[in-house]
Ligand binder design. Structure first.
Ligand code: GLU
Length: 281
């Protein structure tokens, strides 16, 4: 099996050191394994994705000396490719339409969630069937019914990264308390949600190893569930540790002070960047 991994930035902001670290790790793992490194622009957020960020990402990665195999996959150019997955989940009676706004959902939460995962949906529209779907409704996964399809044994996934190495069985209680009925199809722009598009493209790009930051580890059970529900194989996952600032805070994309372009403008070299993120060579 040829090792195939990817870097999958969302072009909603400039690349910062944390992205550079992630891209270099994935790239170097692919090259060290005689494998392939693919580039995917996760630009399904039509409001926040910008062509100038897309162009800047390519420029920054090229400047870093990274090369990728094959054409860049831009999710916005193949929205229709996600429809069969939605249709399949709907045909299996695993989706329901939802007209709640973000505000409705927040109002129904007892406490705000601090975690990176979206807040668990309180279930206001859960009893609706697909036959009541209106234009403009979102579509949610009916998690209970989805979990029931597996019987007592939920899928596992294999993690090779340093902090969570091993086999991870998905637990029903964790899925219900931390994942819940996630949106798979957004009403704002009629596009499938990140979890689904990203997992489907890991499959369409034949990714064998998903290499990405530890902040996304919590998304893995959802993606594994979705792929398995769709009858698709799951890749191996490798979540690397994150680059933090002096105060221990994770670098965010809007943290412009750390944008790679700033370092470039100040005369840093790609070797300096590798050294700064602790990857010499
Ligand atoms: N597009 C996601 C991001 O920029 C990464 C998704 C992934 O690597 O699975 O945070």
């Amino acid at each position: 099996m040829t090792f195939r991994t990817r870097f999958a930035p969302s072009p909603t902001g400039p690349l910062h050191l944390g992205h550079a670290y992630s891209a270099i790790i994935a790239h170097d793992m692919a090259r060290a394994n005689g494998g392939k490194f693919l580039l995917r622009m996760e630009d399904t957020d039509l409001q926040r994705s910008k062509p100038e960020y897309d162009a800047q990402i390519i420029d920054d990665l090229t400047w870093l000396g990274l090369t990728w195999d094959g054409p860049i996959l831009r999710q916005s150019t193949q929205i229709d490719s996600y429809t069969p997955a939605i249709d399949k989940l709907a045909a299996a009676d695993l989706l329901y339409p939802c007209s709640c706004s973000r505000k409705d959902i927040q109002a129904a939460q007892s406490a705000p969630q601090e975690d990176a995962l979206p807040a668990v949906y309180p279930g206001t529209c859960k009893t609706r069937s697909m036959s009541t779907r209106q234009t403009g409704d979102a579509l949610r996964l009916h998690l209970d019914r989805a979990l029931d399809t597996f019987g007592p044994d939920l899928p596992n996934f294999i993690e090779t990264g340093p902090s969570h190495e091993g086999t991870h069985p998905i637990r029903r209680s964790v899925a219900t308390e931390q994942i819940g009925d996630i949106v798979l199809f957004r009403k704002s722009d009629a596009i499938v949600a990140y979890f689904l598009a990203s997992a489907l493209d890991d499959h369409s790009q034949a990714i064998t190893h998903v290499v990405r930051g530890e902040d996304l580890f919590g998304f893995t059970p959802i993606q594994v569930l979705l792929l398995t529900l769709l009858g698709l194989p799951t890749p191996l996952y490798h979540h690397h540790t994150l680059i933090r600032d002096e105060a221990g805070k994770r670098l965010a994309k809007r943290d412009d002070a750390r944008a790679l372009s700033k370092f470039r403008a100040e005369g840093y070299t790609p070797a300096d960047i590798r050294e700064m993120v602790g990857l010499d060579g």
